[in-house]
Design a protein around this ligand. Structure first.
Ligand code: TYD
Length: 216
């Protein structure tokens, strides 16, 4: 536990989060990370948000436009899904960390701060997420909206957030969030998302290969 600005934050060692706009390449990087740590026989748990649990499934229905909900309700749902994701007694992130695994996660509370703040008050979103523990590492794939939109146009099944204007606002939300969290006790790395994926991966790997859990 580290106290900064009179608040107390818990930083979870061996917890790594990838963030970025839709189409920024986080899922590709997560797959490359999995491949590398598997090859090194590092015990790990690879996961993502929204989860596949009950709340995560409801969120995906809303994102597909199959169900409707007030933006603040969506923010509550993401926070509820995250709570379950962290504290589930059998398959939660904390259980995996306590078992000595490296946990890699595609999106976390930084997504809520960037995405939900487009339609809801930033401080409200912050208050919903402020008690969650922080990852030791946050990698932000800084990929221009144009490139993300181009990649998304090749995918089937658009979600409600996947439009240019919204993504431009999400990027502003990310910039604000990264600025706030630079004062916090976690390692934040912003990576140029236009680089070839192998180059992005080597930048990520360079930061985590010296972790004791990886070097063992
Ligand atoms: P994503 O992982 O990009 O899903 P897919 O596999 O369908 O590409 O996440 C789905 C969407 O959820 C994405 O647009 C970001 C959004 N999101 C939020 O709005 N808030 C959050 O807290 C999280 C975790 C995701």
């Amino acid at each position: 536990m580290i106290a900064i600005l009179s608040r107390t934050y818990t930083v979870l060692e061996n917890f790594i989060v990838l963030e970025g706009l839709d189409g920024s390449g986080t899922t590709t990087q997560l797959a490359l990370l999995e491949e590398r740590i598997k090859a090194l026989h590092v015990p790990f748990f690879s996961t993502f948000e929204p989860t596949k649990n009950t709340t995560g499934t409801l969120i995906r229905e809303i994102l597909k436009g199959e169900k409707d909900a007030h933006p603040d309700t969506v923010a509550f749902l993401f926070a509820a899904d995250r709570n379950e994701h962290l504290y589930h007694p059998i398959d939660g992130i904390l259980i995996h960390l306590f078992r000595g695994e490296l946990v890699i996660c595609d999106r976390y509370l930084f997504s809520s701060l960037a995405y939900q703040s487009v339609s809801s008050d930033y401080d409200f979103i912050y208050s919903l997420n402020r008690h969650f523990p922080l990852p030791a590492f946050l990698f932000f794939l800084d990929t221009p909206v144009d490139l993300c939109m181009q990649r998304l146009s090749d995918r089937k099944g658009r979600e409600i957030f996947e439009n240019r204007e919204f993504q431009e606002n999400v990027l502003k939300g990310y910039r604000k969030t990264l600025d706030i969290f630079k004062e916090y006790p976690l390692h934040i790395h912003q990576i140029n998302g236009t680089l070839p994926r192998e180059k992005i991966f080597s930048e990520i790997w360079e930061k985590i290969e010296s972790l004791p859990i990886v070097k063992k």
